[in-house]
Design a protein around this ligand. Structure first.
Ligand SMILES: [Fe+2]
Ligand SMILES: [Fe+2]
Length: 159
């Protein structure tokens, strides 16, 4: 899977989680918590790996400096909004409002990457290079996601 397909796979998963969250009511506390936790960890890991694998390369090899910084800044804003959301109960009005803002900025960001970033990257990356980058992205994503996922408490209790 090349880097474009691999990144899009994560984007589609994020879009799906956001749609599922939007379909929940404030009473579905458990479902919201679980869906949001997964979205949070997956987006954080996605941003980290995307920055290290995709953005870093584009920034060093193209005139994409300003776009890359804009993208990095959006990651920063999205990560911060997620952190703020984490401080409100999922059934509160604040959570609903902030989640709406998160959904909008994530939607904009993903689309921009798929439209603008991919178009520019395709001009400088050969098919083989894009495939290798996709493989590296996938391997690193697994490591980062595992590293930031909470430790299984049952595992420790039973030790
Ligand atoms: Fe991104
Ligand atoms: Fe992305």
């Amino acid at each position: 899977m090349d880097i474009y397909a691999r990144i899009t796979q994560d984007h589609d998963a994020a879009r799906e989680s956001i749609e599922q969250l939007k379909a929940t009511t404030p009473r579905a506390v458990k479902t919201r918590k679980e869906l949001f936790r997964n979205l949070k960890l997956d987006l954080w890991a996605h941003h980290k790996v995307e920055e290290a694998v995709f953005y870093a390369y584009l920034r060093d090899t193209t005139d994409m400096n300003s776009e890359a910084y804009e993208g990095l800044n959006e990651h920063h804003v999205i990560n911060g909004l997620i952190e703020e959301l984490d401080t409100f109960p999922v059934d509160s009005e604040e959570w609903g409002v902030k989640f709406g803002a998160l959904s909008e900025i994530v939607d904009h960001h993903l689309k921009e990457e798929e439209d603008e970033f991919f178009k520019k990257a395709k001009k400088i990356l050969s098919a083989d290079a894009a495939k290798l980058m996709g493989e590296r992205f996938d391997a690193r994503k697994k490591v980062v996601l595992a590293a930031i996922s909470p430790l299984d408490a049952d595992l420790i209790r039973s030790a």
